[in-house]
Design a protein around this ligand. Structure first.
Ligand code: NIG
Ligand code: FE
Length: 394
């Protein structure tokens, strides 16, 4: 096995508070991000073998100079809907002219997705995954949810599985047509059966106009019985029972969390369920941003993700979400970077990614900037200079 030493790292974000280093650029970053200035990193067998100050770096078989850039753990984008066809730019333009967002737009994408071939869907996901990697994402969760028939949900997940192990069955996205009760029977019966071999997670859009609390419980219980772990879309468009349900069931994560009552925040804190915030949605739907400050101050675990989908958030860019979270949601740059790396890993119950510590996967990226702060300080600038997955450049 070849050991490669990465040198010339202006700032290394480890997400290991033990790796503390005095004098980092962002106050508070030391504690949260375990940032090391003038650092080095050794990669061996696709994993991190050593991290520390450059002056203490061990000898290695090969070396690579990142030339004064900051290096961060790859983003863990724990919420995306990449398997789809078609385009809803007209719907976006109408919103920017004053229309409001409605979950019913999902059906437009369902029709286009059903009409696409497997090859078309696969090529489209490949394009979006490449786009994500170029922006620092090294782990992505991908949901189904634009098929909504047994065949189309199963093939959506089979496509997603070619790109990630973090696949989520979202047959309960909306009721495509007909009787809601019959549709829940389909989702929890033959559709779940067909989806199961390709899925790790099961998700429900628990919201007015989609699925209510009882239906969400039914779907999550059927998923659990089939060996799938639950997560929820909840409290996106208004207050509702979804966040408390996620906490009650001890789900790993509940996503959106835009409209929260105090009892929701308390429930999240007590359960340890990760609140995944998706500011691309509020940007693209002109709704109020979720209050990350309130959640962090209450001791809730927070993740940031793209929710990349053609309706409510057609961005593949986690750096864009970080910039929004810092500007609009009360997060510091360090908190936002932490939420998009360590937080995303927590939202997928993973401890091998989202950090750069000995034994973790060597998934990281370098930016054309001396510190992580620039991700929010220079919004919209393509700062990612290189991305490595399992120690290999991509
Ligand atoms: O996460 N909230 C539900 N589902 C997606 C939006 C889907 C769409 O509008 O196509 C979301 O925002
Ligand atoms: Fe979503």
């Amino acid at each position: 096995m070849t050991a490669t030493l990465f040198t010339g790292i202006a700032e290394l974000v480890t997400n290991d508070p033990e790796a503390n280093d005095a004098g980092a650029t962002d106050p508070g970053a030391d504690d949260l991000l375990g940032a090391i200035e003038h650092a080095a990193l050794v990669v061996e067998g696709g994993k991190v073998a050593w991290v520390g100050p450059a002056r203490d770096a061990p000898a290695a078989d090969a070396s690579y100079d990142v030339a004064g850039r900051a290096v961060l753990p790859g983003f863990v984008d724990s919420h995306s809907h990449l398997v789809f066809a078609g385009d809803r730019s007209r719907e976006f333009a109408a919103r920017m002219a004053g229309e409001s967002y409605a979950a019913g737009g999902i059906r437009t994408t369902v029709a286009a997705t059903r009409a696409a071939t497997d090859e078309q869907l696969t090529a489209h996901v490949a394009r979006l995954v490449r786009e994500m990697q170029r922006q620092g994402t090294t782990t992505v969760e991908i949901k189904s949810g634009y098929g909504l028939t047994v065949r189309d949900e199963a093939r959506s997940l089979a496509v997603a599985r070619q790109f990630t192990d973090e696949t989520t069955f979202l047959g309960a996205h909306v009721v495509p047509d007909g009787d809601p009760g019959e549709y829940v029977d389909l989702v929890t019966g033959p559709m779940l059966e067909a989806a199961r071999p390709y899925a790790r997670w099961i998700d429900v859009f628990c919201e007015e106009g989609a699925f209510d609390e009882d239906q969400a419980r039914t779907v999550l219980a059927a998923g659990a019985a089939a060996g799938l772990r639950g997560r929820l879309h909840a409290n996106q468009l208004g207050p509702g029972p979804g966040v408390r349900l996620a906490a009650e069931l001890g789900l790993v994560a509940v996503d959106h969390c835009t409209y929260l009552a105090d009892a929701d925040v308390d429930a999240l804190r007590d359960s340890g369920t990760v609140a995944t915030l998706l500011p691309g949605v509020e940007f693209s739907t002109r709704q109020p941003y979720p209050d990350a400050r309130r959640l962090l101050d209450a001791g809730v675990r927070v993740a940031l993700a793209s929710d990349c989908n053609p309706g409510s958030s057609y961005t593949s860019s986690v750096p864009f979400c970080i910039a929004l979270a810092v500007r609009e949601m009360g997060m510091t740059p360090a908190e936002a970077v932490h939420a998009a790396t360590y937080g995303g890993a927590a939202a997928l119950d993973r401890d091998d990614v989202g950090r750069l510590t000995v034994g973790s996967r060597a998934d990281f990226f370098a930016i054309d900037a001396p510190s992580h702060v620039h991700l929010a300080y220079r919004p919209g600038v393509p700062l990612v200079a290189g991305t490595w997955v399992g120690g290999r450049p991509i």
